[in-house]
Design a protein around this ligand. Structure first.
Ligand code: FEO
Ligand code: CA
Ligand code: CA
Length: 663
């Protein structure tokens, strides 16, 4: 799986050993990026053209509502919050979802037990309100509710780590030789959980035994729908129809729809498959499997379950790498893989829905030099017409983004017959274009990016933000104003500005403007090529703890403030966490540090309740690090109990006085 798994990198050197002329070129590129990043003041001073940003006059000072006391950069075995805040420990790996599962005893965990319990390595979180007057199967009524005291917490479980889940493994031995018994547990520990939760006088608690509680795993039956459904490349011995598949894997981030469904992404699915792509007779398929990292070195799931061995089922990987949509309000609903949204290492897809207009969804392919995508539905969104709306993501056009150097951009359609997407290039039909999205987007001339993670639209200013986590593979000379740094260790954030005014922007337009919103990294780094850039102020005005690196997930609060979750700050000497900032006004892109993880963990999820008074976060892979194992873990967060290993967990963060989180 991609290095969403916590990669322990070295702190970047301040003095790279490239020749002076390359340094000069790099510095110039950096300056150009800085002018765009810092907007008005620097742009005017330099005489550079000021591109349209997302800022519009506001009655209040944007960002001045982020009044919390900032926490410090640090690295220890605890989580950290500002004074005046409390975190409920809401769900941990192994917590029971049904009323009879009982206390978690790791030594007794088998596949049947795991299927009744919260899964491993929690990632994306969707809070779906429960209307007090509706029951299971009444998604239409629930989805209109803004109840912030009771709801369903819908949580992805991205991947498993046997060496931290079971006794007797090192990281190497777990990678190559996990037992069949343990693989069966892993296949139940990944996927997704739906858990009813409620806010009580004692804080947030799971409702164990709720009829809504459900697990999706690698044995859950799912339909395949959309343009690629039934294609010969999706057919296997077990499913000659190419329309029915067991399970989902690599579930990283996702999205929500206003018609009461949840979208979950299949990201690092290649790691589940075993075998040598060069031994697959069809060269299109061999190239495809290589592109997603399938190899003989991968985990040994194929020994246990032959569909994960590509020498037995070469088409099975084509049934993964999609977005999945399901209805959390109906425990019997069958999830659907949406082929119209393309196949790649999906970070997630988030929606812009405006009545009477097509639905627009934005997503990223989280790998080095991969692309940012947008989907525009064929049909229009009709509020309240759930039967109609539930078909919107099955038919439409997928586009890849081209970021031009001058701050303009265009969306390139992945449509069979368009441009190079023809039989001459080996495409038989639209299914080929969607199954091989990466190749399609590259042929069209889309811009290779620095690992696109979440792409999400700020509901207040109607602009769209792209988290680019890092790209150490970008070489000197390959810089581009949209990806301005070679060996980008710290990542950056871009702002997409569709045409039109806030609230009326045309997200379906084929053109846009873009700005560099911020560059991750230390604003005081000696090497300009590694220097972070934040806000419109002098870097000295960013506090010592206000900078961060490796943006991954993002959420917006009801005031339009941006909350960025990171994955990789330990390489810079401190914990991953959350940083909050305004997207407009004088404090635009000036972050404040709100939350810090225990060592080894990344933070995912961030999700607010509709009233803004609770913020849910996922703490994924705590205590992950060199030599840390189930038997000898780095620490045992969150239980700190010698009988329990470290456990990935979801926290519910509240202000002690009941106020808005962050204010
Ligand atoms: Fe699983 Fe893209 O982080
Ligand atoms: Ca990540
Ligand atoms: Ca992620």
């Amino acid at each position: 799986m991609t290095d969403c798994e916590n990669t322990q990198e070295q702190t970047p050197k301040q003095s790279p050993d490239h020749p002076p002329e390359q340094q000069e070129q790099s510095i110039n590129l950096q300056r150009r990026a800085l002018f765009k990043a810092v907007g008005g003041a620097a742009a005017v001073a330099s005489g550079a053209a000021l591109l349209p940003g997302c800022s519009e006059p506001k009655s209040r000072q944007a960002g001045d509502d982020l009044g919390f006391t900032e926490i410090s950069h640090r690295l220890d075995f605890e989580h950290h919050l500002p004074d005046g805040y409390h975190a409920d420990l809401l769900l941990r790996w192994g917590d029971p979802l049904d009323a009879f599962a009982g206390k978690f005893v790791p030594d007794r965990l088998d596949a049947t037990e795991q299927a009744r319990r919260f899964g491993y390595n929690n990632d994306f979180i969707a809070f779906m309100p429960l209307a007090p007057d509706a029951g299971p199967g009444e998604g239409d009524r629930h989805s209109l509710s803004r109840n912030s005291e009771r709801g369903l917490l819908c949580v992805n479980h991205e991947y498993t780590q046997p060496h931290l889940m079971f006794s007797g493994y090192t990281e190497d031995s777990a990678n190559r030789g996990t037992s069949h018994e343990h693989i069966a547990v892993e296949q139940q520990a990944c996927g997704h959980s739906i858990v009813e939760i409620e806010k009580t006088a004692n804080g947030w608690l799971p409702v164990t035994g709720s009829p809504y509680n459900r697990r999706l795993s690698l044995t859950t039956a799912m339909d395949i729908v959309g343009p690629a459904a039934g294609d010969q490349r999706l057919q296997t011995g077990a499913d000659p129809s190419g329309t029915r598949v067991f399970g989902t894997v690599g579930n990283c981030a996702g999205g929500k729809t206003p018609w009461g469904t949840v979208l979950i992404a299949e990201e690092g699915f290649g790691g589940a498959f075993q075998g040598d792509p060069d031994n697959v007779a069809d060269e299109v398929e061999a190239r495809n499997h290589h592109a997603f990292g399938i190899s003989t070195d991968n985990r040994n799931w194929g020994d246990y379950d032959r569909r994960f061995d590509i020498s037995v089922e070469p088409n099975e990987p084509n049934r993964f790498g999609w977005m999945v949509e399901y209805d959390p309000y109906d425990p019997d609903s069958v999830p659907r893989k949406l082929t119209a949204l393309g196949r790649f290492e999906h970070e997630g897809f988030t929606l812009v829905t405006k009545p009477g207009q097509p639905v627009v969804a934005y997503g990223g392919d989280d790998d080095e030099h991969q692309f940012v995508y947008r989907f525009v539905s064929s049909g229009i969104y009709r509020p309240g017409d759930s039967a109609h709306n539930r078909q919107l993501l099955t038919e439409g056009t997928l586009y890849a983004a081209k970021f031009n150097e001058d701050g303009q951009g265009e969306w390139l359609p992945l449509r069979f017959g368009h441009g190079p997407l023809t039989e001459e290039q080996g495409f038989r039909n639209q299914a080929d274009v969607l199954i091989d999205c990466r190749r399609s987007a590259k042929l069209l001339g889309a811009t290779p990016m620095d690992r696109p993670e979440d792409v999400e639209t700020n509901p207040v200013n109607d602009c769209t933000y792209v988290m680019l986590t890092k790209n150490k593979k970008r070489k000197e000379g390959d810089e581009h104003t949209a990806n301005p740094r070679a060996r980008n260790t710290a990542g950056h954030v871009l702002e997409i500005v569709p045409p039109g005014r806030s609230g009326e922007r045309d997200h379906a337009s084929d053109s846009f403007h873009w700005n560099t919103f911020l560059l991750g990294g230390n604003p005081n780094a000696e090497n300009p090529a590694e220097r972070g850039a934040y806000g419109q102020q002098h870097p000295g005005n960013i506090s010592a703890n206000g900078w961060f690196a490796n943006p991954d997930n993002v959420a917006f609060d009801q005031r339009g403030n941006m909350w960025i979750a990171t994955d990789g700050c330990e390489s810079f000497g401190f914990h991953d966490g959350l940083w909050a900032m305004a997207t407009e006004g004088e404090l635009r892109a000036a972050p404040k540090h709100f939350f810090g993880c225990p060592e080894g963990a990344e933070i995912c999820g961030p999700e607010f309740t509709p009233d803004g008074k609770t913020l849910f976060v996922s703490v994924q892979h705590p205590a992950d690090g060199d030599f840390s194992t189930f038997d000898k873990p780095m620490h045992r967060w969150p239980d700190n109990d010698p009988d329990l290993p470290p456990r990935p967990s979801v926290l519910a963060i509240r202000r002690k006085d009941g106020g808005l989180v962050g204010s």
